[in-house]
Design a protein around this ligand. Structure first.
Ligand code: AMP
Ligand code: MG
Length: 421
């Protein structure tokens, strides 16, 4: 790289020949990852948030038998009258979990509750609101069609159906499905360990006195929150001062313990920014600048088999780079393959400033306007130190590399926090 190029590329510039595009950065990260393949069997409640390790097929029909979808009367469909009212003789009651053993003949009916198995000879349920009880008889009209209000066996899951796929993350619905198959345990991929620490002489932890020029360390807390949501095992290594020896030791310790190391701060070109230098010494640097805003000085590499993410120091940059790169990486490492954040286009009701040369991730609020249409607006000041812009937002507004700003009313790409945050 020539001297002149280095001189022209500062934080204030948007084009930077040393930077790689966000797409290329993600590609490099994915190429560096070998997903976990060890598995373990856990009770289904413990599988929440874990990744399914092998396809699960149904060995039973759910529901197991033909049953009533409503409270009412089980009848023969052929007994439904064409016009007039018809009287049917009530011969018994059929409750969920208690089978009715007699056969129902023409002109007869059985009181039935939701979930009860349909008695022999019946195929239709007249809901109780459409039947008039008259002693030992009920009167029905023609509001019901043959086959109405009945659930077929295997209607939810049939024997042999693929219920859960390898690579899916377990959410409450999946736990429910596993339970409905009667499965007490499930095979999931082994969890991973993630170590993280903040760097900076100016950082104080919550509870400490804030002396002159100091700030509280917020990155360790946002990182804790983001990692906890993914469900990885967390190793919080605290704050490490801007001291080469201390950082060197922290790197060695973290690489011994963890599958992934995440640091924040110390990746720019300041006099006390040592992260890249130490990563070069102990492992390999894959890239160290991404053409994005916020978050350009992002260092990625490896120490032995441990992945290393040196995130920038600014609080918004930490969150943006985490969601764009670290989260997809951790998910891939955990074996998750069924993962796609929700993206959409929406008209932007704010003017957005931008210069070409970097992909920008502005913080936005996607909401309904007075007519009920979805529109997006920015959250206010967009500086990389303004963490409120993340707290107030429910989406990223993603502006492509060459974009030169957005005028009110123009369509923009939106990445919803729902599903990623
Ligand atoms: P650096 O990349 O170390 O130069 O940090 C960039 C900016 O982010 C500086 O203003 C730092 O004070 C700030 N910063 C770094 N780490 C943290 C942290 N853990 N919490 C809050 N702010 C931080
Ligand atoms: Mg620093």
């Amino acid at each position: 790289m020539s001297e002149t190029i280095h001189k022209t590329a500062s934080c204030k510039d948007d084009y930077d020949p040393d930077s790689i595009t966000p797409d290329k950065a993600l590609e490099n990260i994915f190429n560096a990852i070998t997903p976990v393949n060890e598995t373990e069997s856990v009770f289904i409640r413990e599988s929440l948030g874990r990744v399914i390790a092998s396809d699960i097929k149904s060995e039973i029909n759910v529901p197991s038998g033909i049953n009533s979808a409503m409270d009412g009367y089980a009848i023969k469909g052929s007994d439904i009258p064409a016009h007039e009212i018809k009287k049917l003789k009530l011969i018994g009651t059929c409750l969920a979990g208690k089978n009715f053993l007699d056969t129902v003949n023409e002109g007869e009916c059985v009181r039935i509750m939701t979930g009860a198995i349909m008695p022999e000879g019946t195929d239709t349920v007249v809901i109780q609101e459409q039947a008039i009880v008259a002693g030992e008889y009920i009167d029905i009209g023609n509001d019901t069609k043959p086959g109405d209000n009945v659930r077929q066996a295997g209607e939810d899951l049939s024997i042999g159906d693929l219920v859960l796929e390898k690579g899916m993350r377990v959410t409450p619905a999946e736990i429910g499905l596993l339970a409905s198959l009667g499965q007490a345990k499930v095979s999931v991929f082994k969890n991973i360990k993630v170590a993280f620490f903040s760097t900076g002489d100016e950082l104080r932890s919550v509870g400490e006195v804030l002396d002159d020029g100091a700030i509280y360390d917020s990155n360790r807390y946002t990182l804790f929150g983001m990692l906890a949501r993914i469900g990885v095992e967390i190793i919080d290594m605290g704050v490490v001062r801007d001291d080469k020896e201390l950082l060197d030791r922290a790197f060695i310790e973290a690489a011994e313990e963890a599958d992934v190391i995440i640091t924040s701060g110390g990746v720019s070109v300041g006099d006390a920014d040592y992260i890249k230098e130490i990563l070069e010494k102990q492992g390999t640097v894959d890239f160290w600048k991404v053409a994005m805003k916020p978050g350009r000085p992002l260092t990625f590499g490896k120490i032995n088999n441990t992945l290393f993410f040196g995130l920038p120091g600014n609080p918004v940059s930490v969150m943006v780079t985490f969601y764009q790169f670290v989260q997809p990486a951790l998910k891939r490492l955990l074996g998750e393959t069924v993962y796609s954040p929700i993206t959409m286009k929406a008209p932007c009701v704010s003017n957005l400033k931008k210069r070409p040369g970097r992909v920008e991730y502005q913080r936005g609020v996607l909401e309904q306007d007075e007519t009920g249409s979805m529109v997006v607006r920015k959250t206010g000041k967009q500086g990389s130190g303004i963490l409120r812009s993340m707290a107030d937002a429910n989406c990223f507004i993603v502006l492509p590399m060459e974009n030169e700003g957005v005028k009110e009313g123009e369509m923009v790409d939106v990445q919803l926090f729902h599903g990623i945050v």
